[in-house]
Design a protein around this ligand. Sequence first.
Ligand SMILES: *Cc1c(COP(=O)(O)O)cnc(C)c1O
Length: 429
Amino acid sequence: MKFYSTNNKSLKVDLKQAVLQGLAADGGLYLPEQIPVLPHHVIKNIHSYSNQSIAYEIAKLWLSPDVPDEDIKRVVESTVFFDVPQVEIEERIFALELFHGPTLAFKDFGARFMASLLGFFSRESSREITVLVATSGDTGSAVAHGFHKVEGVRVLVLYPSGKVSEIQEKQFTTLGDNITALEIDGTFDDCQRLVKSAFNDSVLKSHLVMTSANSINMARLIPQSFYYFFAASKLSSDAGLVFSVPSGNFGNLTGGVLASKMGLPIDHFVAATNRNDVVPQYLSAGVFNPKPSITTISNAMDVGNPSNFARLLDLFNHDHSVMAKFIHGYAFTDKQTRDAIQHVSQSKGYIMDPHGAIGYLGLKADNVDRNKVGIFLETAHPAKFKEVVEDILHRPIAIPDKLKELLNKEKLSIKLSKEFDDLKEFLLR
Ligand SMILES: *Cc1c(COP(=O)(O)O)cnc(C)c1O
């Protein structure tokens, strides 16, 4: 399969290059020349497939023949090994819980798939691959866990000192082995700038094979289409499917659009955001106007210039009206988010995290009608946002054992200034 850059359709690379480069050389995002379609019999009999066999059927379409069948199976098994429960919260409204992986957030799917695929590509080459990732919290933990002990790959997680929660910090500073946490004396923006500078530095480029594990990588997108099929396989009715996706960089929603293009019958999507509403604004007014991000209680979605928007435009041939028909956009305030968490906890006994709550609100605003089923993606375990959720519910919420164990482990990090020369020296050492 060949991938083109959204900035230039004639710039084409193969799967390995797309995954190793992340971003195309011209700054565009990679998309496949042709989106593969699942065989009709697989879609028709989807109810009889397990999650792993669904994921395998999809992965095969994207990875074969570049990756041998045995390795495709390995990639799938290292990604899809935990439950993805679908909980009915109200009549025809379901929460698709994507947070049962090692770091309790949906980013585990993308990070594990990419780690496993990169592990395969590194076995093919003799040089070690260096993965750089800047994080404000969730991405770093999913990537660190996904890549832990993957041979031939070393991971450097850059994070702003004192600006991530204790639980988040423990998730990427306690692993050791091939994972190194770099505690930067600066902000998240400094971390991102350092990573960008490293990719543009000619000395580093000649000494190291470097790639980034952020959400623009094609390898993170492919597995984010899997669970839309998992959801469909568990529903017994033929009701039209509406997916509400709490969105920040819009990688998750792009995964959903790929799922529909791969043949999954989806009625439409809801793009639900917090006050960082540039995409809902675009859908209603037709103008895309990126802004600086605003801080909210659903902070993993505080994005003012969503990186996957270029992909969405391309997938809809830059036709605003077609996109607006298929994706309905809504934005919500922190107050609305808090009220929804409170209301659903009180009336249904179900605790949503602040991101999932925005997905839920999206379905309510969209008025899913009688012959449809609404599914919102629950992207993180509520305990990951313990302080916020406890403040809303006025009672303690349980911390899963996976997180509790972490809190007793020793933090290992290397402190660096925000000067690029310090990072460069570290990388060349
Ligand atoms: C990253 C993240 C999102 C947003 O996903 P995008 O693909 O960036 O739109 C939503 N919820 C949680 C918990 C996240 O970590």
